[in-house]
Design a protein around this ligand. Structure first.
Ligand SMILES: C[S@@+](CC[C@H](N)C(=O)[O-])C[C@H]1O[C@@H](n2cnc3c(N)ncnc32)[C@H](O)[C@@H]1O
Length: 307
C-alpha cells in the first residue's frame, strides 16, 4: 500500500530559502507529492499566511487533506498544471510558486502504479490514474513510427526504431500489459547495453513523459505562473532530466530578456517588457545529499523573480 512509502524531499532547504517566504504571504506548491516542501514552507509562514498545494495524483491529495485538517493555512486541490489558474483562483496574485517536477518515490516504488522497470506491475504510468490513457493502452494502439518518435524525443534513445519494431512484433502475437514484460522486450531489442544503466531506463522515462504530457503541462504552467505571481514573487523549479531543465532554462531566459529589440537601441531594462529576473546560478544537490538520497543526483534548481 502506498501510504507506507516515503518520499525523500530533494533540495528541501535550498528550494524553500529560494522562495523567500514572507510571513503573511500566499504561496503555491504545485507538486505536493508527500508534502516535504509544503511542511517546510508552513514552518516559515505566520498565522496570516497561506499555502495552496496541487497534485494530480489522488493518493498525494489524500495525504495533503490530512495536513489541511491539521493546519488551516493549508489547502490542497487535485488537478493538473493545465488547471492551475482555476484551481488556485487567487485573484490578488501569489508570492511564490514551487515546482518539484517528475514522479515521487511513492509513485515509483509502488509496483501497482507501473512506473518501474524493476518491479512487476500493470503497465500504467499515469500520475493521475483516474483519467487519461495508460501506458498499456498507448503501447497497444500507437503506430510504430509514433512509438519510435516518443522513445527518441523523450528518452533520447538511440535504438528507438529497433525497440518500436520489437514492440509492434510482440503485440501482434500477445498483449503487452506488464512492466517486466515490456522491459524484457526493450532489453532484447538493444544490441549494446550502457554500463550502470538498465536498458529500459530511457524508454520508460520517454513513455512516462508522453503518457503524462509532462513537457506540455510544464510549458503551460510556466506561462500561467508568470501572470499569477505578484511583483517580487519567486518562481522556483526543480527538474530531473535534461528536457525539463532545458525548457525551464529557455523559458526563464526568454522572460528575463523580454521583447527582442535590435542591438544598439538606447533602451532601458524596464522598457523591454521583461517579466522575470533570473536569480543566481542553477543549484545542484550537494555530494552529501546525493549520497544520502541517490534519486536527487539528476536534480537542478532554477530560480526567477517577477519584475
Ligand atoms: C517529485 S514529486 C514532489 C515531491 C514533494 N516536493 C515532496 O517533498 O514530497 C512530484 C509530484 O508532482 C505531481 N505532478 C507532477 N507533474 C504534475 C502535473 N503536471 N500536474 C499536477 N501534479 C503533477 C506528481 O504527481 C508528484 O506527486
Amino acid at each position: 500500500m502506498t501510504e507506507d512509502l516515503l518520499h525523500q524531499t530533494v533540495l528541501l532547504h535550498e528550494a524553500v530559502t529560494a522562495l523567500k517566504v514572507i510571513e503573511d504571504g500566499c504561496y503555491v506548491d504545485g507538486t505536493f507529492g508527500r508534502g516535504g516542501h509544503s511542511r517546510q514552507i508552513l514552518k516559515k509562514l505566520g498565522s496570516d499566511g497561506c499555502l495552496i498545494a496541487i497534485d494530480k495524483d489522488v493518493r498525494a491529495v489524500e495525504q495533503g487533506e490530512r495536513l489541511a485538517a491539521e493546519d488551516s493555512r493549508f489547502s490542497i486541490r487535485q488537478g493538473s498544471f493545465l488547471q492551475v489558474a482555476e484551481l488556485i483562483g487567487h485573484e490578488d496574485g501569489i508570492d511564490g510558486l514551487l515546482l518539484d517536477l517528475g514522479v515521487s518515490s511513492p509513485q515509483l516504488d509502488d509496483a501497482s502504479r507501473g512506473f518501474s522497470f524493476m518491479k512487476a506491475g500493470p503497465l500504467d504510468m499515469r500520475m493521475d490514474d483516474t483519467s487519461g490513457q495508460s501506458a498499456a493502452d498507448w503501447i497497444h494502439e500507437a503506430e510504430e513510427g509514433e512509438i519510435a518518435r516518443v522513445l527518441k524525443e523523450y528518452g533520447e534513445e538511440r535504438f528507438a526504431r529497433r525497440i518500436a519494431r520489437a514492440i509492434v512484433g510482440v503485440r501482434s502475437e500477445s498483449e503487452i500489459t506488464d512492466t517486466l514484460q515490456l522491459a524484457g522486450i526493450i532489453s532484447a531489442a538493444i544490441p549494446r547495453h550502457e554500463k550502470h544503466k538498465h536498458p529500459a531506463t530511457r524508454s520508460f522515462q520517454a513513455i512516462r513523459i508522453h503518457i503524462n504530457r509532462e513537457l506540455e503541462e510544464l510549458e503551460s504552467m510556466l506561462q500561467v505562473a508568470v501572470g499569477l505571481l505578484k511583483q517580487g514573487g519567486r518562481l522556483v523549479v526543480i527538474s530531473f532530466h535534461s528536457l525539463e531543465d532545458r525548457l525551464v532554462k529557455r523559458f526563464m531566459k526568454a522572460q528575463a530578456l523580454g521583447e527582442r529589440l535590435p542591438a544598439g537601441l538606447p533602451v532601458q531594462y524596464e522598457q523591454t517588457n521583461a517579466a522575470l529576473k533570473l536569480i543566481g546560478k542553477p543549484i545542484f544537490p550537494t555530494k552529501q545529499e546525493v549520497e544520502f538520497n541517490p534519486r536527487s543526483r539528476s536534480a537542478v534548481m532554477r530560480v526567477a523573480e517577477k519584475l
